[in-house]
Write a protein that binds this ligand. Sequence first.
Ligand SMILES: Nc1ncnc2c1ncn2[C@@H]1O[C@H](COP(=O)(O)OP(=O)(O)OP(=O)(O)O)[C@@H](O)[C@H]1O
Ligand SMILES: Nc1nc2c(ncn2[C@@H]2O[C@H](COP(=O)(O)O)[C@@H](O)[C@H]2O)c(=O)[nH]1
Length: 205
Amino acid sequence: MRDSAIKAMAGPRPVVLSGPSGAGKSTLLKKLMKEYDSVFGFSVSHTTRNPRPGEENGRDYHYVTREVMQAGIDNGDFIENAEFSGNMYGTSKAAVQDVQAKNLICILDIDMQGVRNIKRTDLNPIYISIQPPSMEILEKRLRDRKTESEESLQRRLRAARVDMEFSKEPGVFDVIIVNDVLEESYGQLRNALLEVSYRTQTYIK
Ligand SMILES: Nc1ncnc2c1ncn2[C@@H]1O[C@H](COP(=O)(O)OP(=O)(O)OP(=O)(O)O)[C@@H](O)[C@H]1O
Ligand SMILES: Nc1nc2c(ncn2[C@@H]2O[C@H](COP(=O)(O)O)[C@@H](O)[C@H]2O)c(=O)[nH]1
């Protein structure tokens, strides 16, 4: 979908973080937001999944019913949306506009369907893939996180296999980070974003 409303709001180039569930996107993003909250802003997605312990409505996600989400999609409120592991997820235009209105670099955490859909819009972000060192380590991280039922875990692992192949397609991602040692991966993410921030003249130190 082409969307002039989003293009009109365009400030610094947004950043898309994607990669398999459990690869460490949220962990890296939380570190980044803590260090650079005056530079980056998180695009708060909508989802129909239930909040996990510690998650907050409006900060981590906007938690909605399927009916509310579908009505928003039908109304054209979303830039992209996807079904993932039995739930709906989506990026509203308002989520991106809220961040851009503050002149922050907008960061989206979305799955690979979201990446495909965003590529059809005018958003023109930098695409960064966060990958796990191996499927075995990914499974261990997801199990240790203790957020998924066995069924949900298996669905996420199936999606992860497809995702890891997708990330190898030439030209899909600008940067690929294998999240093995957290501090090293964070350093790589920070460096990649430093480059973006210099190019968009939103300097971080
Ligand atoms: N480099 C790392 N080494 C070890 N454990 C890690 C590392 N990065 C993240 N983790 C742990 O792995 C688990 C999954 O990380 P996280 O929730 O950030 O993944 P995610 O990619 O955001 O997943 P989802 O897409 O499901 O939201 C968490 O328990 C986190 O603490
Ligand atoms: N296409 C979209 N994918 C999204 C969005 N928000 C999150 N996600 C992705 O969903 C999975 C699962 O997330 P979880 O919080 O339930 O573990 C993960 O890959 C996210 O990147 C969105 O708005 N659109």
